[in-house]
Write a protein that binds this ligand. Structure first.
Ligand code: IVH
Length: 692
């Protein structure tokens, strides 16, 4: 076994100890060091590429179009029950179906995520399919490989079958879900209603690097195959656990209806303390022989059933509806209620989403509203108890006509559910929201400043625009240290300390430590790369990914500013919504003034020049087509340029060759053949530029 194999084996084992056993034996730093060593060895030996290497857990930004693949065994769903009477009826049906022979029932938690079918061949993960329509599912293998608790390779020499399928649930743990939604809230992106939607949105993402970032988890609960080890479902699952799969500790064998009820009672309460969402329990006849004897209906097995927990609901009076204005000017109606206890937390506010939802609920102030926790985290008003209405009922709730923050009449664009405050220039939450977006970790990463600081600076008149941040200086007065805004030309040489100042200029007292931190954080942001600067500007619809594509394509602000609609549309991933928004942004002189000020302050306005590595491709015009396994498309573009070539978008007689990945479109292939343009494979290309 050479070093690469050693490292792979060690990292698989550490991964399992960390993510499945929750008992790591080395520090994060030591883990990172091993991972780095493996990454560099693999980079130096591309012939040793292995999709199941621990390095592949980070995902890739290649687009994945999911292929539909037939399930080896159809994926059925389970019959649902909602009360004990239904459970006892099922139990009686099983009893009579088995002709009175004794049986045991395996009781399990019903995990609330999306089901997944994993295939292992000779101990290696080869395929992961979603349920799809039960007969065919989407092949999401690349995404599933990023889920840390799913083993990619089982320990060598284990007694698992040569080929088997294992099914389970992919979940987003509460912690990841809350962090994700908090981040989305800050960015004013729509929130996921519950961890299930978040998990399924994530697993269907076309970008496996995003999947890796979102920290999904998985519990496995069903083993299938020709030669599975035991005749007991429970025993099989215990074996799966030994092979390295995450199997829930909550599995319990029941020998009577009372045992089953005790399990239900225990977990109806106990599930509140679990790290992942559950929505019920699953009961399975344990013996595989008895399962076969009971068989299946058209839709579901007769040997298993789900019992769903009641969603918790509470009734409470509606006291007011207020309206919140966000960074983009979108106005969200918020229901304010008399505080009420729901699933362990006190609820007093709930989003009403938009005007259509308000009118469909026919809400009146004073109404008794019914609140539910969707996935137990975001409370939602699901209805009104009209039987509680009295003569004292307040007025019907209507949507605000004017911005509650700045008084501007609200507008509603065609086809959009939301109302907007169009006053982006002076509406305070819009201004502050844009500055908050500008400083966050994914953008300029000025972590010495937070929302409260921005509030205070805005209130003191220090900042009304992101460009103002770069004019902030520290000034020592007789009564202490102050943070002030000075036009760059007025200041002394130092980024930190400003010129003396008249007493009535906006200024805010600060301590030396905080003051230095603020200014140092702002100064550090001058090294943030151009693609993140572009994202930080908050151009509508230009998210992290679009900003990256635009930055890589146009290379600098001047070219982006000069781009016409057709230039923008030629960029991969940029459609008409983004293109129009970019054009609108640059047509507004307030935006171009801001950019000029940022550029003058030293903010990065261009991508770094790629270091010239060779000139083997000088004079060559190269088209990139298809999907690649070794590097992303963007990386190939950079490599072409680094070796003196030019990347062109469409095939013509002047094209030197096509760098052809997998799934190259038939039309392109035909055109290349007709014009006699050669196709060069990924490996041959890397060999040519000496990077193989
Ligand atoms: S067994 C033939 N066990 O619930 C039996 N399913 O409503 C197949 N689920 O599609 C499923 N936890 O996505 C089983 N412990 C568990 C489960 C579970 C959650 C999901 C699964 C299934 C759905 C049925």
């Amino acid at each position: 076994m050479d070093r690469i194999d050693q490292l792979r084996q060690a990292l698989h084992a550490h991964n399992h100890r960390y993510y499945v056993d929750n008992a790591p034996t080395i520090s994060d730093q030591e883990f990172d060091a091993l991972m780095h060593e493996l990454q560099s060895l693999e980079a130096a030996h591309p012939e040793r590429f292995d999709p199941n290497s621990p390095t592949q857990r980070v995902g890739s930004d290649l687009g994945h179009d999911f292929q539909q693949v037939a399930h080896r065994y159809p994926m059925l769903s389970l019959g649902n029950t909602y009360n004990r009477a239904d459970v006892s009826e099922w139990y009686a049906r099983v009893q009579s179906g088995l002709g009175g022979t004794p049986f045991a029932v395996c009781c399990e938690l019903k995990f609330d995520g999306l089901s997944i079918a994993l295939t292992y061949e000779h101990g290696r993960l080869t395929q992961a399919l979603t349920r799809g329509d039960g007969v065919k599912g989407d092949d999401v293998t690349a995404n599933v490989r990023t889920i840390a608790s799913i083993p990619l390779v089982l320990p060598e020499g284990g007694d698992y079958p040569a080929s088997f399928e294992i099914r389970g649930e992919v979940l987003m743990p509460w912690r990841s879900f809350e962090a994700l939604n908090a981040e989305r809230e800050r960015r004013e992106e729509p929130l996921f209603a519950n961890p299930r939607n978040a998990a399924s949105g994530t697993l269907k993402s076309r970008n496996s690097a995003v999947v890796a970032e979102r920290r999904l988890d998985a519990y496995l609960y069903y083993l299938l195959g020709e030669d599975i080890p035991h005749q007991s479902h429970y025993d099989n699952m215990m074996r799966c656990r030994e092979w390295g799969f995450r199997v829930s500790d909550a599995m319990t064998m029941a020998h009577s209806l009372d045992d089953i009820y005790a399990f239900i009672d225990h977990w109806d309460e106990g599930r509140r303390h679990l790290p992942v969402a559950t929505d019920g329990i699953v009961l399975k006849v344990d013996s595989i022989a008895q399962q076969e004897q009971l068989g299946y209906t058209a839709k579901s097995p007769r040997w298993a059933i789900a019992y769903k927990f009641q969603a918790e609901r509470a009734a409470t009076p509606l006291t007011a509806v207020t309206f919140q204005v966000g960074r983009t000017g979108a106005v969200t109606p918020v229901a304010n209620m008399q505080p009420v206890l729901l699933s362990g937390t006190i609820v007093k506010r709930a989003s009403l989403h938009n005007a259509d939802i308000i009118s469909s609920l026919d809400l009146h102030i004073g109404d008794t509203v019914l609140v539910e926790k969707a996935g137990e985290i975001i409370s939602q008003i699901v209805g009104v108890d009209t039987t509680q209405r009295t003569a004292a009922l307040g007025p019907a709730v209507t949507f605000a006509t004017h911005c509650p923050e700045c008084g501007t009449p609200l507008v509603r664009y065609d086809g959009e559910a939301a109302h907007y405050c169009p006053n982006d220039a002076t509406c305070p939450p819009q201004i502050k929201g844009r500055i908050e977006h500008f400083i966050t970790r994914d953008t300029m990463n000025i972590d010495s400043i937070g929302p409260e600081t921005i509030d205070a600076w805005y209130a003191a008149g220090l900042i009304t625009d992101v460009a103002d941040l770069y004019d902030l200086r520290l000034v020592q007065r007789t009564d202490g240290l102050y943070i002030v805004r000075q036009r760059a030309s007025e200041t002394a040489q130092s980024l930190f300390f400003g010129a003396p100042l008249d007493d009535d200029a906006p200024a805010l007292a600060t301590t030396p430590k905080a003051g230095q931190n603020y200014i140092a954080g702002i100064a550090r942001s001058l090294t943030v790369p151009f693609d993140r600067v572009l994202y930080a500007l908050g151009i509508r619809f230009v998210g992290k990914v679009a900003a990256k594509s635009l930055a890589h394509h146009f290379r600098d602000m001047a070219h982006l500013r000069a781009a016409r609609e057709e230039d923008l549309l030629s960029v991969e991933g940029i459609g008409s919504t983004i293109a129009e928004s970019v054009l609108r942004y640059f047509a507004d002189s307030r935006n171009t003034t801001r950019i000029d000020r940022l550029a003058a302050a030293g903010v990065q306005m261009q991508m770094p020049e790629t270091a010239q590595r060779s000139s083997v491709l000088t004079g060559e015009r190269i088209v990139i087509s298809g999907t690649f396994t070794r590097h992303s498309r963007e990386a190939y573009k950079t490599l072409i340029e680094a070796h003196g070539g030019k990347n062109v978008s469409s095939i013509s007689a002047k094209t030197t060759f096509v760098l052809a990945g997998e799934n190259m479109g038939p039309a392109k292939r035909e055109k290349a053949e007709r014009l006699g343009v050669p196709l060069v494979s990924e490996d041959d290309f890397l060999a040519r530029i000496g990077e193989a």
